[in-house]
Design a binder for this molecule. Structure first.
Ligand code: GAR
Length: 225
């Protein structure tokens, strides 16, 4: 059974651009009336579409521009200080394209989650769709995971798979994966809000009351779990 909380889970979402995953998170919390609050959306780049969208929704939208800081460490410290003012239960990376320092990751240990556009541990890093096509895998997808100091690595909360189709381009595959990302992140945010997600001492994820944490999208048959 999920734990009962006296207050909604406090969420801060970090973005770097378009912010479609962030929009999904915001819409999911609202439409499903989840016990969660989006305290702030923070971007590391000015003029991101996502920041404008969040502001238009009445959500606190902040810019902490990495270019304003001399080093990665100084940027991360400034970012952490802004995040801390919201006292979040979870910090959700949603297309946040900065490598974070171990100090930052440690500070938010167990509260920091990321979505990555591949079925980890396959294809960490950039250009995952090109990598998938070059390798010839027949299944590709996305992963929501707790963040560790190792890039695109950490305890997996959920994964979503899509088929690779003959004639796919990086763009067509990215679009299919993005649809799956929205589905998976929405579900994970629900689990977080409901207090279902825990990490054990072996750093394994448990989602209480949930049988399956894998999602599959078939081209003709819609989505299934
Ligand atoms: C998403 O595909 C996300 O998985 C990816 O950036 C895109 C952001 O789209 N993130 C990474 O590659 C992180 N390693 P969005 O801004 O529309 O959510």
């Amino acid at each position: 059974m999920p734990a009962t909380f006296s207050r909604p889970r406090r969420l801060v979402v970090l973005i770097s651009g378009r912010g479609s995953n962030m929009q999904t998170i915001v819409n999911t919390v609202r439409e499903q009336d989840l016990p969660a609050e989006i305290c702030a959306v923070i971007a590391n780049k000015a003029s991101t579409l996502g920041l404008d969208w969040a502001r238009a929704q009445g959500i606190e939208a902040k810019l902490v521009a990495h270019r304003d800081y001399a080093s990665r460490s100084e940027f991360d410290q400034a970012l952490a200080q802004v995040i801390d003012t919201y006292q979040p239960d979870y910090v959700l990376l949603a297309g946040f394209m900065r490598v974070l320092t171990p100090e930052f990751v440690e500070r938010f240990n167990g509260r920091l989650l990321n979505i990555h556009p591949s079925l980890l541990p396959a294809f960490p890093g950039m250009h995952t769709h090109q990598q998938a096509l070059a390798t010839g895998v027949q299944w590709h997808g996305c992963t929501v995971h707790f963040v560790t100091p190792v890039l695109d690595h950490g305890p997996i909360v959920a994964q979503g798979a899509v088929q690779v189709l003959a004639g796919d381009t990086p763009e067509s595959l990215a679009e299919r994966v993005l649809g799956m990302e929205h589905l998976v992140y929405a579900r994970v945010v629900r689990w977080l809000a409901e207090g279902r997600v825990t990490l054990d001492t072996m750093q394994r994820v448990h989602v209480h009351g949930v049988g399956s944490r894998s999602f599959v999208m078939m081209p003709d048959n819609g989505q299934s779990e």
